[in-house]
Design a binder for this molecule. Structure first.
Ligand code: C2G
Length: 129
């Protein structure tokens, strides 16, 4: 079984998130998504509209997602890859190059982002700062 993993906040879940997760799932037979906890988002200096429990539950309800784990630190990725027997680590290409160090543990892929949508733009559209 070829296992894939990705990491993210997935706040105000939108089509860009879904496109990425569905494409990552098609690269293998199993997709694990590490959803950033509220505490980790504070370290990422990301203000979230939705609490971790809601973000994790929405992601885990998707047909293309097989498992959800919490993302609590920047440093957990190597352990996660080993623990979960990951063959492919994937992210959107806005992270291109940032995780190449994982190549000694698994294949690393960066997929094109979905243009024209982001959590930030959604917040601006609905007037939430
Ligand atoms: N994404 C995308 N297209 C968009 C918006 C986001 O493909 N229009 C992708 C991003 O490239 C990322 C994933 O969706 O791979 C999740 O995006 P965020 O929720 O913004 O996650 P981020 O804050 O980038 O956290 O350790 C890694 C971090 O936790 C990533």
């Amino acid at each position: 079984m070829k296992r894939v993993i990705t990491y993210g906040t997935f706040d105000l879940f939108h089509i860009g998130h879904l496109n990425l997760l569905e494409r990552l799932r098609k690269l293998g037979d199993h997709l694990t998504v590490a959803v950033s906890t509220d505490e980790f988002n504070m370290r990422k200096e990301k203000i979230c509209s939705m609490p971790f429990a809601d973000r994790a539950r929405i992601v885990s309800a998707l047909r293309c997602v097989d498992a959800v784990i919490p993302e609590e630190t920047w440093e957990q990725k190597v352990d996660d890859i080993r623990t979960h027997g990951i063959a492919i680590f994937g992210m959107g290409h806005d992270w291109s190059g940032r995780f190449d160090f994982l190549e000694e543990h698994c294949q690393v892929v960066y997929l094109p982002r979905t243009e024209g949508i982001s959590t930030t733009s959604l917040k601006e559209q609905i007037g939430e700062k």
